[in-house]
Design a protein around this ligand. Structure first.
Ligand code: KG4
Ligand code: ZN
Length: 344
């Protein structure tokens, strides 16, 4: 068995995990900083890096303990070294380098966004392994920081084909949720509210960019929601005085407009490149309407789709360890000069 310990500190989740053979999650510990950042309505980089420093060693200990692994049982150390908040990345990268050096184990740097594509191949149950995808595969990452399409030639050759030109889809969910008074981060709460609403009650703009584009844009949608709720010509009505059905309709109509471009771009990419499978990941892949749209596209093109179990949609370290297994097998090992890179 090949045991890989992975460390995740790209943004506001400190996480560590031990995964065997690229799929069996022996432990997956995540410590969310949401409460630390909640009152600011977004992640404060300095607070985030300090929290990573405080928590990381304890999380690594818990990950090893839950996996019933000693340091000596590890075969490699993986870390998310890009993209993210640079002060946060440095904490994880320094810890991973120290362990790799001290234990004489290979160090494997992982792109956090690429790792989201691996969420669908993880399982906590022995015997729960999922067969590997057929390549070339189409990858979709929908998270708080990214909305990207990838062309995967293999798990070690992943190229971006399209991305958001402004806000990420998760950011649009979070900002709309904040306008609706649902707290931060409000993506999941917005989905809940949308269940009681009529998605066709309001025509929010569906941004597709030009007819060939595989990029996304979400800033217009967020602004449209704000204008809709403020009303025109001073008819402003406070959120608190709006009937709850109104707010549910806004949530449902927003969700429809946010997810529609995903279906369009997936179809466009499938038609253009004839991918043999679809892989999806990132926090917003927990959204049931989005999952349904992805399944529909996969059915239309008769290809299999791999989506993460709920526990592996949002940020975690297991997805890093899983992807690292394939890099290790392919001999993609990093030196102790591995840099922390904020944007890629
Ligand atoms: O992947 P993730 O944990 O962090 C990044 O790498 O960005 O994604 C977090 C994002 C947040 O924007 C959150 O609101 C969104 O995922 N999210 C959802 C749902 N669950 C989490 N958005 C829509 N529907 C959901 N059910
Ligand atoms: Zn993420």
């Amino acid at each position: 068995m090949t045991n890989i310990l992975a460390i995740e500190t790209t943004c506001d989740e400190t996480a560590a995990a031990v995964v065997a053979d690229g799929w069996l999650v022996k432990s997956n510990v995540v410590s969310s900083q949401v409460q630390l950042h909640q009152k600011y309505g977004g992640v404060v980089p300095e607070i985030a890096s300090r929290a990573h420093m405080e928590w990381l060693n304890r999380l690594i200990d818990s990950a090893l303990e839950q996996a019933r692994c000693a340091f000596a049982d590890l075969d490699a150390i993986a870390v998310a070294h890009c993209p993210g908040l640079v002060g946060c990345l440095i904490v994880g990268v320094a810890a991973a380098k120290t362990l790799a050096f001290a234990l004489h184990r290979p160090l494997i740097g992982i792109n956090h966004v690429h790792a989201h594509l691996y969420g669908g191949f993880l399982s906590s149950k022995p015997g729960g392994s999922t067969s590997m995808p057929e390549f070339p595969a189409l990858g979709l990452v929908v998270s708080g920081g990214h909305t990207s399409l990838f062309h995967l030639h293999s798990f070690v050759d992943i190229r971006r084909m399209g991305a958001t030109i402004d806000d990420a889809i998760g950011e649009a969910f979070d900002k709309t949720a904040a306008i609706l008074g649902l707290g931060y981060p409000g993506g999941a709460a917005l989905e809940q509210l949308a269940r009681q609403g009529d998605a066709n009650s309001i025509d929010f703009p569906i941004s597709l960019l030009d007819p060939e584009s595989l990029d996304f844009s979400y800033s217009g949608l967020k602004t449209a929601v704000r204008y809709h709720l403020q009303g025109r010509k001073g008819e402003a009505q406070s959120i608190n005085t709006r009937p709850s059905q109104d707010l549910a309709d806004v949530a449902a109509a927003f969700q429809r407009a946010a997810i529609a471009p995903i279906g369009v771009k997936l179809r466009r990419a499938m038609q253009r490149y004839g991918f043999r499978s679809i892989l999806v990941g990132g926090g917003v892949s927990a959204n049931h309407s989005l999952r349904q749209v992805v399944r529909q596209v996969a059915e239309e093109f008769a290809v299999p789709v791999a989506m993460p179990a709920m526990a592996f949609c949002t940020d975690n370290a297991a997805m890093l360890a899983g992807l690292a297994f394939h890099r290790l097998e392919a001999g993609c090992i990093d030196s102790l000069n591995l840099p922390a890179i904020a944007t890629v």
